[in-house]
Ligand binder design. Sequence first.
Ligand SMILES: [Zn+2]
Length: 317
Amino acid sequence: MIKTTIVGIATLLLFIACSKKEEPTLSPPAAITGTIPLESVSKFSGEKALAHVEALTAFGPRPPESQAYEKSLFYLEKYLAAVGWKTKRQSFKGITPTGPLSFTNLLARYSPDAEPDWSVSPPYLICSHLDTKRYRNFRFVGANDSGSSTGVLAELARALSAPSNGSENIELVFFDGEEAILENIRGRDGLYGSRYYASQLNKRSVKPRLGIVLDIVGDPNIPLLIGGDSDKNLEAHTRAAATKLGIQDWVQVHRDSIIDDHVPLMSRANLPVLHLIGAFMEAPYWHKKNDTLDKITPSALENTGRLTLQVLHQLTK
Ligand SMILES: [Zn+2]
């Protein structure tokens, strides 16, 4: 009897201990501070975004650990600092099918004076990958995959760089290692940077409200898809924003989910996401050596940047 009771108490304690351990992170979502004004939407310049893509592709292929990747990080750090954003490198080692590799994500916050508190998230994450897929038999500079979305993020930083522009609501995230080492993203090969970033998000005392992931956004000849994993409310906001900007024919809802950096944000950090990705399956140059500057236009970059700002305006007004 006593034995049973002791066992009973022990089981109960174990149960309490286990339930405590399995409790999800309950950090509160970040409060929205200030509205992203409608005027910032028209401030976004496609020509300026294109200039960033030109600079990045001029460094050459930028797979993880490459010299061009390092140059790209320096380039972004310098530019972002010039427009009032503080940056932070997030480096880690990842295990790939061909052995361990060092990866570095870059995080940015608008904060012209003080260093931001990186342990507290702002409400909105806007993300792009920075790495290009590694090919040994040809030179792959990835103008559209992933130069375009990276250029858009850098130009978003400028368009939002004025006090009381609601920019404190945003963290820009440039992921390393989105591309798989082997042919396709599969299992634990690919999404290295976003998986690590999402796992670190759970350590913050305040969590973001949502994540927006941009990828392959610079080609006006392929539709910009609202990926199937996107949150329904964000999808509705994006469709309304596209109509408002007159680009509703270019921005299309895609019912299927497409594996990309938003997946770890959903699965590891439990965030609603908006996934905007060009219909790469219709792009004959995708993951080929001719993913070059001639495939992207300032107007497509501008439409993507303004669409993102319009959505942010709607979310914060
Ligand atoms: Zn790719």
